[in-house]
Structures are given as structure tokens and as C-alpha cells.
Design a protein around this ligand. Structure first.
Ligand code: CDT
Length: 303
């Protein structure tokens, strides 16, 4: 057995003017609880440090940038890293990243993986950006990720750390089978992802009644089809008018949900994940080397 005890740290709503220090305090409380519960690793949601700002159309770049982190760790996030080091626990969380690359300012929806020595060992920038870039002002709540973020430019990475092969993706990525497969092809045994998912998409309401079902459906199938653990962590509850689903969960390589949050507030769920369980189906049903037929899959990567 290779046990990695994981804490999925669901966050309840965060207000527009709630300072990062207040969110970090909540995150630290859950980190201490996770350590007390024997966790090796704690996973927080997408854009964990602020409210989920892409719901608003904004034009003032300074206002937009106020939701982004220019350094990681920065002064407000350093306590998370210090506590990681003190407790000897790994962590992953999402944040809006502002960086200068190729001589220009860039904005990404990012998550990082931090090891038990508080070193950033993995970084992922969201590839499947949902929503729209145009102003749909007829709707009180929009979803402007395509306006505020660039498509991630780091690919889907997997990292050998904490005794296993770890992957990350972010929210809408979980709905795409290619995400898990590209991670699975790198041997991922545990995939961490955070999400901010509204119960209602005003311009596309056809499946609103199935939001929770689709949330679990895609993570469970991704876990099973690639024989990997999946840890899905929500920002949940009523946040500035957005009604976000909860349902944070830990999914086993069998596709079964083995732990699930029951509230839509700050809530920690934990599970002892045996990474060796991921090995079974990687060697049998989903032995990729033996059973995949990539010569028939060409259309998947056609533009
Ligand atoms: N954050 C995020 O990616 N949310 C999307 C909802 C998009 S609604 C246009 C999701 O896939 O859950």
C-alpha cells in the first residue's frame, strides 16, 4: 500500500470585499484540522483566495487586476506556505495569476501543488476556459472567464511527489475526457481539481437540474477510465448572488465516491487514498500500452 491521506477543503462563499487575509485564515483553520486528521495533502478550490469575480463585467483594468496574485507566495499567501512547512503537509489551491511573460502582462487561472517542505513542485494553468468574452449585460450574473484569462500554456502536467504521480486540472477541465486521458498517459494516480460551478447558467439553462449529477458523472468516469484517484473541491454556497454547488468529493480509481461534503460551507472531508489501488486497472482493463488503439483516435486531435 501507498497511503496518501487527502483532505478536500471545500470553501463556502467569499464576498467581493472579503480580504485575502480572512480567506487565508479559513484555509489555515482547515489545514490544521486536516493535519489533526492525519492528512498528507490538503486540496482547496479554484480561485480560492477571492470571490469568483468572472461573474461581473468589469472594464477598469486595475479593478480586474485586484483579484489577481502577482507573486506566489506573496505577503498574504505566505502564511499558507509557512503553515505547510510547520505541519509537514502538502497543499494545492487555485488562484488568478498575473505574470509578465514574453514581454507582456498575462492572466491565467492557475493552480499549484506544494510539497510538504512548502516548495511549489507543480503549476497548472487552466486550459478549458468556459463562458464567454462578450458582455451579456441582460444577465445579472455572467461567466467571463474567456475575457479575463488566457488559455493555459503549460499543458496538463503530472508530478512525482508525495509518493505518487500527481496531476492537476481546474473546474471546466473536468468535463473533458481528454484532460484525464492526457494525465492518465503520464501515469497520474491522483488528480486534484477545484471548481466554482453555478447551479444556473442563464443563457444555457437546459441542464440546470442536472448540475450535481454532471459534476460527479464526469469526475467518476475520469477516475475509472484512467484508474486514478480524483479529488474535486468546490467553492460552494450563495456567493454574491451566484448559487454554487457543493458536492466536493474524493473518487476512487473504481469510479466510486468514497467521501463527499454534505454542506455548502467551509467543510473538510478526508480519505486514506491507497495509490496502489490505482495500479490495478492500469495493469489490466486500462493497460494503455496493451489495449489502447491510438491509430483510430486521430480525429481527437484534429483542429
Ligand atoms: N469555473 C468553471 O469552470 N465553471 C464552469 C461553469 C461554467 S458556466 C458557463 C464549470 O464547468 O463548472
Amino acid at each position: 500500500t501507498r497511503i496518501v491521506t487527502v483532505g478536500a477543503a471545500q470553501l463556502g462563499p467569499t464576498g467581493r470585499h472579503e480580504p485575502r487575509s480572512a480567506v487565508v485564515k479559513r484555509m489555515l483553520e482547515m489545514m490544521r484540522a486536516a493535519k489533526a486528521a492525519g492528512c498528507d495533502l490538503i486540496v482547496y478550490p479554484e480561485v480560492a483566495l477571492t470571490t469568483f469575480f468572472p461573474r461581473w463585467w468589469m472594464e477598469d483594468q486595475a479593478e480586474i487586476d485586484s483579484f489577481f496574485e502577482r507573486e506566489m507566495p506573496g505577503p498574504e499567501t505566505l502564511p499558507l506556505f509557512e503553515e505547510c512547512l510547520k505541519l509537514g503537509i502538502g497543499m494545492s489551491f487555485g488562484y488568478a495569476e498575473l505574470t509578465e511573460e514574453e514581454g507582456r502582462i498575462r492572466h491565467f487561472n492557475t493552480s499549484i501543488l506544494v510539497d510538504k517542505k512548502a516548495r511549489i513542485v507543480g503549476k497548472y494553468r487552466k486550459i478549458h476556459l468556459p463562458g464567454h468574452a462578450d458582455n451579456r449585460s441582460q444577465f445579472e450574473l455572467q461567466h467571463l472567464e474567456k475575457r479575463y484569462f488566457e488559455t493555459g500554456n503549460l499543458g496538463f502536467g503530472a508530478w512525482r511527489t508525495m509518493g505518487g504521480v500527481m496531476g492537476m486540472c481546474i473546474c471546466n477541465d473536468r468535463r473533458w475526457p481528454e484532460t484525464y486521458r492526457v494525465l492518465g498517459l503520464q501515469g497520474a494516480e491522483l488528480i486534484m481539481l477545484g471548481y466554482n460551478t453555478p447551479t444556473n447558467i442563464p443563457w444555457e439553462p437546459i441542464y440546470d437540474h442536472l448540475t450535481d449529477f454532471h459534476n460527479h458523472l464526469c469526475m467518476q468516469s475520469g477516475a475509472y477510465q484512467n484508474s486514478t484517484w480524483v479529488v474535486g473541491v468546490a467553492k460552494a454556497g450563495l456567493e454574491e448572488g451566484s448559487d454554487f454547488i457543493g458536492g466536493s468529493c474524493i473518487v476512487a480509481p473504481s469510479g466510486e465516491i468514497v467521501a463527499m461534503a454534505s454542506t455548502r460551507a467551509d467543510e473538510l472531508i478526508t480519505f486514506r487514498c491507497d495509490l496502489d489501488l490505482a495500479r490495478h486497472n492500469k495493469e489490466t482493463m486500462f493497460n494503455f500500452a496493451l489495449n489502447r488503439e491510438p491509430q483510430a483516435y486521430g480525429r481527437i486531435v484534429e483542429q
